[in-house]
Design a protein around this ligand. Structure first.
Ligand SMILES: [Zn+2]
Length: 262
């Protein structure tokens, strides 16, 4: 079975399977990936990103997961966290996130924490940029490495950086952190298909952002330093479908803020 597979838990690594929510859209791609983490010999599951408050999806998560030890959140956006409280209440499990306001039953996640859940050690990496509270979860188990990247790295396309919560400078730092992980680390993203090579993808994302920054510098030189985000989008994103020009405008705002030093 390959991505996208709706309605079933699809095994991706020996310790991770994905249940794809049926909520496709321009920003969610094929939908939200709800990850079920469990060591092969564990009776319990850790659920990462339950998705929206979408009861049929959450019922499937409950059925596929069995006993849930914790519900983890990569960031506060509704397509990841909307169903967390409902699921945690049904499963009698805590909700944990970087943002204290999203937590129930246990405290917030911090950069460098190691969580022992479902027979696995999960390393918390604070990777702000897509949002200030974005985290990734790194797992090394029996010689296999994977990082759950939330929306920091997607299975295809690029992620949206929407200021003021999204910050390009922080995002570039996060990408450099991910580019420094071990080779042959799988990417288990918040949307889109899994990818085999985190380091390669992080480097591609960095190169893409640098290329966009160069294009924006060129557009500013052409239009003038007071160019609006919209004027820049029309030039730099001319090759991108117009339905994405709204999110592209947020990205341009983020890049202008970065280039203008604020
Ligand atoms: Zn998302």
């Amino acid at each position: 079975m390959t991505h996208p597979a709706y309605g079933v838990a699809r095994q991706v690594t020996p310790f991770a399977s994905v249940l794809l929510e049926d909520n496709p859209g321009p920003l969610t791609l094929d939908g939200t990936n709800t990850w079920l983490l469990r060591a092969p010999d564990s009776t319990h599951t850790a659920v990462v990103d339950p998705g929206e408050l979408d009861i049929p999806h959450l019922e499937r998560v409950l059925a596929a997961a069995g006993p849930i030890e914790a519900v983890l959140i990569t960031h506060h956006h509704e397509d990841h966290v909307g169903g967390a409280k409902w699921l945690a209440d049904k499963a009698n499990a805590p909700v944990r996130a970087f943002d204290q306001a999203l937590c129930h039953g246990e405290g917030p996640l911090r950069d460098g924490d190691t969580l022992t859940l479902a027979g696995l050690d999960l390393e918390v990496l604070h990777t702000p940029g897509h949002s200030s509270d974005s985290v990734c979860f790194a797992i090394d188990h029996n010689g296999q490495s994977a990082v759950l990247t939330g929306d920091t790295i997607l299975g295809r396309g690029t992620t949206v950086i929407a200021p003021p919560d999204g910050q390009l400078g922080a995002y570039l730092d996060a990408l450099r952190t991910l580019a420094g992980r071990a080779p042959n680390t799988a990417v288990l993203p918040g949307h889109g298909p899994e990818l085999p090579d985190l380091v390669g993808v992080a480097r591609e994302y960095l190169a893409h952002r640098e290329q966009r920054l160069d294009q924006i510098r060129a557009a500013l030189a052409h239009i003038g330093p007071d160019a609006t985000p919209r004027q820049i989008v029309e030039i730099v994103y001319a090759d991108v479908d117009k339905s994405l020009w709204g999110p592209a405008e947020w990205s341009v705002q983020a890049q202008l803020a970065y280039l203008r030093g604020r």
